[in-house]
Ligand binder design. Structure first.
Ligand code: ADP
Ligand code: MG
Length: 827
């Protein structure tokens, strides 16, 4: 048995000894999960097993002693079966008496060297022997606590924690958000409107005043540098008055604006001018901070860290790889990223660090994919004749793209390995039928399927679709064999469903996360379908998987991600794109209207509602706070109801409503009780209200094209002509140019590509869903970088899939670290 498995067995046995009181480990079994998972990965325990352990033990504390016993027993059975581990309870005599400790924090391997010993300055073109020398030094232990550094005691360690910095590695990877070059400062009389600059000067005066009935406060200061004076204004940061004293010297950075013909700066970043800045030669970093840490303090610590430690960081990339990828050595890159010698070296450093991120991301994804492919699964085949019979029972003819995805899926199901496929198709492209047919193939073979939707409304919608597509003779399924299980399902019905699922009488269950949370067990769960995949985290997916035994997985998403990006983000999934709409779909008539033309839009809504249709009105996220988004929607809702549509019935949907209130409102709109739904951007993705024909979007400039397209997809789902009206905040040429794309095309992929060009991936994907939450340096729009990293990751993976070679040992460690931090939503 691998050491991590032995360790786990010891924990489990000790816990049994202690009657499952969760006292085997200080801090409870939950506290050992993360360190254990890291060890298990080093031991190359299959990720699925690690996930089972993590997911099932996460809430261990909340379980009864009996359930704990069952959970531990269940996990161990699986480990026994899949890894051939020893049973849990043999040789009772030899139980370990010593209390196993959770992995202790690794102590630093070296102490910081005394002040004067500085490593030789390295050059990026340093010859191999110098490189070798660097690598021969004692390595830096990046896991050592920050207190290892001079002048960082427990107090500062606590403050750094607020920046998520606990170890030397965290600190070393806390990169500047920008840089200033104090020797390239501009004198005030040379400033130009719209410059983004740093200026140093003396504060001539500073005062605070209230505006707008005392609600808002501003602090105004005059900064002078001898060549001229600059007016500075900070809005709503009244505390600044206590921080900046008149006649003190500060440096400010910001964008030059003008007001009544005078140059001004609004809300600049600022810092008191220390000796440090004045003496600073060249480019200085500007770090993200918390309130309790100053820029100068952090700069000094960083400088010490970089000088003493960066050189000792061992490069996880083998030299040959660094050379062929043409990237800078890591220690040099780290140093240059904090204290660049020049802008061009900074660029090279950033390139190297970005390369690492994408490279490690891809390498991890490739490993996951391989682990997945190496597993065995039940093979499911269906004869062409039977399949054709089922298809002939459908109410429509399949599109070519649907046929293609069915062919992909059938091949996966028949392969003997678990399917892990992402079906990506624009809203309305007909993904549901593909999922339904997958479930039908399984039920033909006596196996069960679970379909997961992110909300009850969507689950119900799918349930109805599945019934109408499958509950008929052609597919051999009866209505009772397809069931819906959501939060609102009564306990007695749930009981009945549980019985039906464990007896194998129910073939298809459709529902929400209620299915995962429920203690339901399946007789033979072999397919899990997950709709709108970004709404489910990796843990939930793993939990669903754990209900079956290596089930096939089909994931569906309407987020139209350009292929290049999909390969990066979802590289471990096989990808099918449905790029064709069912015939006869009318495109939605789209127009950009100016605020002054709003009345036209209201008239259109009136006419449509009077003709028996319904409309959506969407309000955007207003920047200041989420509260204002609601406020806008709530206030507008009241105004619309009273002044604009007094004879219609309006519903209101926003993020503060409880999930059940949201559902209730949505339901009332769906059933036609509301004529108009006023909503913030929370309106559900994928909800089908075929009778809705108008989508009016206020503040349209605040949304990305992909998101606007999602909104537009809420209408045009029935036979009637539908309309989408975009109202940007103001007449702004650039914005309107962007929104015009919506008028020009109804193709979600085209819009996604444009969005990506214009707004970048962070906005486009949202960091949480992208799984790129920890990417600091890399941009996923940097396709040449992605391509390069991908190529090298593939080459290494091909040669050494498990990173077993000694030259890849450091790389393996980096990979674990990276994925520990990044175990976000990547499937
Ligand atoms: P989405 O991909 O957004 O989940 P759905 O699966 O909900 O799309 O399908 C949208 C609508 O199109 C449904 O009403 C469905 O019945 C219909 N549909 C799906 N495929 C076809 C087809 N090949 N021909 C005609 N209508 C279809
Ligand atoms: Mg759908």
């Amino acid at each position: 048995m691998k050491p991590s498995i032995t360790k786990l067995r010891n924990y489990f046995r000790l816990e049994a000894d202690k009657d499952y009181e969760n006292k085997a480990i200080i801090g409870g079994i939950e506290s050992m999960l993360e360190p254990w998972a890291a060890e298990a990965r080093v031991d190359q325990i299959p990720e699925a097993i690690i996930q089972v352990v993590m997911v099932r033990l996460r809430d261990y504390q909340g379980l009864s002693q009996n359930s704990r016993k069952e959970v531990l027993g269940g996990i161990w059975k699986r480990i026994e079966r899949e890894l051939g581990a020893e049973p849990l309870d043999d040789d009772v005599q030899q139980r370990p008496q010593r209390k196993p400790q959770p992995q202790a924090a690794v102590k630093s391997e070296i102490k910081p060297s005394p002040e004067k010993v500085e490593p030789p300055p390295e050059k990026e073109d340093s010859p191999p022997q110098v490189r070798q020398e660097i690598e021969d030094q004692e390595p830096a232990d990046l896991n050592a606590n920050v207190t290892t550094l001079d002048k960082i005691g427990p107090g500062y360690a606590e403050k750094l924690k607020q920046l998520n910095i606990e170890t030397l590695g965290d600190l070393l990877y806390h990169f500047p958000k920008r840089y200033v070059n104090y020797s390239e400062l501009k004198p005030i009389n040379k400033l130009v409107f719209e410059d983004t600059v740093t200026v140093i000067g003396t504060v001539k005066s500073i005062h605070k005043r209230a505006i707008k009935s005392g609600k808002n406060q501003l602090v105004e200061a005059i900064l002078s540098d001898g060549t001229g004076a600059l007016q500075i204004t900070w809005f709503n940061q009244p505390w600044i008055i206590n921080k900046i004293k008149a006649n003190s010297q500060i440096s400010i950075s910001g964008k030059i604006d003008q007001y009544l013909g005078r140059l001004t700066v609004n809300n600049p970043e600022w810092s008191p001018l220390g000796r440090e800045n004045l003496l600073a030669q060249g480019i200085s970093p500007v770090y993200p901070l918390t309130a309790k840490i100053t820029q100068n303090w952090l700069r000094q610590r960083m400088k010490a860290l970089v000088i003493k430690w960066a050189a000792k960081v061992r490069d996880p990339l083998p030299l040959t790889l660094r050379e062929s990828a043409e990237v800078m050595d890591l220690s040099i890159a780290l140093r240059q990223a904090h204290y660049p010698e020049s802008w061009s070296k900074l660029k090279l450093a950033q390139h190297r660090l970005a390369f690492d991120e994408i490279f490690l991301l891809q390498l991890g994804v490739l490993q996951q994919k391989k682990a997945w492919q190496d597993r065995k699964a039940q093979a499911y085949e269906i004869s062409d004749d039977t399949f054709r019979t089922i298809i002939e029972g459908l109410p429509f003819k399949l599109t070519g793209a649907q046929e293609q995805s069915l062919a992909d899926m059938r091949a996966d199901l028949a392969s003997g390995h678990p399917m892990n496929r992402l079906i990506q198709g624009d809203v309305g492209s007909g993904k549901t039928v593909v999922a339904a047919l997958a479930a039908a193939i399984l039920s033909q073979n006596g196996a069960q399927s679970a379909i997961m939707a992110p909300t009850s409304i969507l689950a119900e919608q799918h349930y109805q679709t599945f019934l109408s597509l499958l509950a008929k003779e052609n597919s051999g399924l009866a209505a009772e064999e397809i069931r819906l299980m959501i939060g609102a399902t009564s306990e007695s019905e749930k009981e009945e469903i549980r019985a039906g699922l464990s007896a194998g009488e129910i073939k298809i269950v459709i529902g929400t996360h209620a299915i995962i949370e429920d203690p339901v067990t399946f007789d033979n769960l072999q397919l899990a379908v997950i709709d709108e995949q970004h709404r489910f985290g990796v843990n939930q997916r793993a939990a669903l998987r754990a209900k079956g035994d290596n089930p096939h997985i089909l994931v569906m998403t309407a987020t139209p991600i350009p292929r290049s990006l999909a390969l990066t983000v979802y590289g471990d999934l096989d990808l099918t794109v449905i790029d064709e709409m069912p015939p006869g779909r009318q495109s939605v008539d789209t127009a950009v209207r100016y605020p002054q033309e709003r009345e036209l839009a209201y008239n259109l809504i009136r006419r449509q509602v009077e003709a028996g249709h319904q409309a959506f009105i969407i309000y955007p996220l207003v920047e200041e706070s989420e509260k204002s988004e609601e406020k806008a929607a709530v206030e507008e809702y009241a105004r619309l109801q009273k002044e604009i549509f007094p004879h219609f019935s309006l519903g209101l949907l926003h993020g503060r409503l409880s999930p059940s209130d949201k559902e209730a409102t949505m339901k009332k709109f769906q059933t036609g009780e509301f004529d108009v739904l006023v909503s913030t951007s929370v309106v559900e993705v994928g909800v089908d209200v075929p009778n809705a024909t108008v989508m009016l979007i206020e503040g349209a400039h605040r949304f990305g094209l992909a998101q606007l397209h999602q909104f537009r997809g809420r209408v045009g789902r029935g036979d009637a002509k539908s309309y989408c009206i975009l109202i940007p905040g103001k007449r702004d040429a650039v914005e309107n140019q962007r929104l015009k794309a919506m008028v020009e095309t109804n193709d979600g992929f085209v819009l996604a590509e444009r969005d990506l060009d214009q707004r970048g991936p962070g906005q486009f994907l949202g960091t949480r869903q992208s799984g790129f939450s920890e990417l600091q340096m890399a941009s996923i729009t940097d396709l040449p970088l992605i391509e390069k990293a991908r190529r090298h990751a593939k080459a290494i993976h091909h040669r050494d899939p498990t990173l077993a070679l000694s030259e890849h040992q450091l790389l393996g460690n980096s990979l674990d670290r990276f994925w520990q931090v990044n175990s976000s939503d990547i499937s």
